[in-house]
Design a protein around this ligand. Structure first.
Ligand SMILES: *[C@@H]1O[C@H](CO)[C@@H](O)[C@H](O)[C@H]1NC(C)=O
Ligand SMILES: *[C@@H]1O[C@H](CO)[C@@H](O)[C@H](O)[C@H]1NC(C)=O
Ligand SMILES: *[C@@H]1O[C@H](CO)[C@@H](O)[C@H](O)[C@H]1NC(C)=O
Ligand SMILES: *[C@@H]1O[C@H](CO)[C@@H](O)[C@H](O)[C@H]1NC(C)=O
Ligand SMILES: *[C@@H]1O[C@H](CO)[C@@H](O)[C@H](O)[C@H]1NC(C)=O
Length: 400
């Protein structure tokens, strides 16, 4: 028997049930919570309940969890068991981990249509290809679905399918798992519908109404394919998710600028990056990341200069140094042009409202402050050297 909340406030009670330990914690908020194990495990309370427990939440179909080997699990008929890492009742987010460590296998098989859940994050459509030959490294291979004999890739659905490949499925997946990022450590976020009075947190969490109103429709710009599904209420992009997406785009841009093998940005890539910034700036607090994005924008230039530009200038002298300087400046302008487009939404409101330096200025000033000031002595020496050479009648290279 679970003690009633009123009888046992803030009291830990253990029961042994079918060889499973369950902690029953009666909270002073009239919500009984249970854990599969003592520490760290998620609190299980309404609408969730544990299989075999006679609880007052029995009626909530689909919210059944079970405990096995001190792990909290949820079963999906279309896939199997997933590990429940955490449950956030305030934002109604269920964080899951695939015990088989193959998140794409989950995406391919999980059918949420018969469950009370939806993906927490914004979705994007991808095709999974099964190929008999390896494609070029610019395609995103899914190692956990591939073997020596065949190779599975995620691609844009618009891509024409190479001869050696078959389309496995085209599905919508949370866009954190888009081409740049195939790492499954991020887990899988699901959300559920608000259950009104039955929801234990209903009366306590005032932020719910804020969160509801903060669900902005994603930018509807040409070619942009995030599914603004009407059923997707919880499209909050958290910092970690949004910024890692931006970083992946920035890394791609740096590689392009450095002339490394990298496919060019498609208009879709560009729109996705723009839309990520747009979404991160238009969410309600505490999910409005405008200031953080602005700071990161500036840092991106500083980091690039410190890690790449200055080292490439350091070892060079005279004319070679000047050539490198001119090349760095040209590249820098390309970087400012692209990055300021990705972050453009900041210019429109955040920067304008606060009269901050706009994105172009931040970008260009960083070259002045970090490259020019660092190298101007060397550059002057180099220029004087060139002038002297010219006076001596030698021909300058055409670069200048
Ligand atoms: C607390 O739970 C009891 C049943 O255990 C219920 O009758 C009562 O209405 C609840 N109070 C609130 C404020 O939800
Ligand atoms: C139980 O969990 C531990 C670690 O959490 C793991 O090493 C072990 O294999 C699990 N046992 C079973 C039967 O799943
Ligand atoms: C679960 O954890 C408890 C201690 O936290 C331990 O005594 C028990 O043996 C564990 N059970 C399993 C199945 O690992
Ligand atoms: C999911 O299940 C529903 C109901 O069984 C079915 O109609 C639908 O086609 C399934 N969706 C996928 C992608 O398999
Ligand atoms: C890919 O194809 C191979 C056979 O060619 C098959 O064994 C494998 O299951 C397929 N993988 C997927 C994810 O469809």
């Amino acid at each position: 028997m679970i003690p009633s909340c009123k009888a046992m406030p803030a009291y830990i009670f253990f029961i042994l049930l079918s060889s499973i330990f369950l902690d029953t914690e009666a909270s002073n908020r009239n919500c009984t919570s249970i854990k599969c194990t003592h520490d760290g495990a998620p609190d299980i309370r309404s609408p969730f309940h544990v299989r075999g427990q006679h609880s007052r939440h029995r009626g909530h179909h689909g919210y059944e969890l079970h405990c096995n080997n001190n792990t909290t699990l949820i079963h999906f008929p279309s896939y199997g068991d997933l590990v429940v890492k955490s449950i956030s009742y305030d934002v109604r987010k269920l964080d899951l981990i695939d015990p088989k460590n193959c998140i794409h296998q989950v995406f391919l098989n999980l059918n949420l249509s018969l469950t009370p859940f939806r993906y927490y994050h914004s979705l994007k459509e991808y095709s999974y290809l099964n190929c008999s030959f390896r494609l070029s490294p610019s395609f995103t291979r899914v190692p956990c679905l591939s073997s020596s004999g065949y190779h599975v890739y995620t691609v844009e659905p618009s891509l024409s399918v190479p001869d050696s490949c078959k389309v496995v499925r085209t599905i919508t997946v949370p866009f954190r798992y888009s081409p740049y990022l195939s790492d499954s450590s991020f887990g899988l976020g699901l959300t559920w519908d608000f259950l009104g009075q039955q929801d234990c947190e209903a009366n306590q969490v005032q932020s719910i109404s804020q969160i509801e109103t903060c669900q902005q429709t994603p930018a509807k710009v040409g070619g942009y394919k995030i599914i603004p599904s009407t059923t997707m209420k919880h499209q909050v992009i958290e910092w970690e998710q949004g910024w890692s997406y931006m970083q992946a785009g920035i890394t791609k841009l740096k590689r392009i600028i450095q002339g490394l093998p990298e496919p060019q940005f498609s208009s879709e890539d560009y729109m996705m990056l723009y839309a990520t910034v747009y979404n991160m700036c238009t969410q309600n607090p505490p999910y409005d990341y405008s200031q953080q994005l602005y700071d990161k924008y500036r840092e991106t230039f500083q980091n690039y200069i410190t890690s790449t530009v200055l080292p490439s200038l350091k070892g060079k002298r005279g004319e070679f140094m000047l050539q490198e300087f001119v090349k760095s400046w040209t590249n820098h302008k390309v970087m400012v042009r692209w990055l300021s487009r990705f972050f453009h939404y900041l210019d429109r409101y955040f920067i304008a409202d606060r009269s901050l330096a706009n994105l172009d200025e931040v970008g260009l000033n960083s070259f002045r402050d970090f490259v020019y000031r660092e190298t101007k002595v060397d550059a002057r020496v180099a220029v004087i050297g060139l002038i002297n050479k010219e006076r001596e009648g030698r021909k300058l290279t055409e670069t200048y």
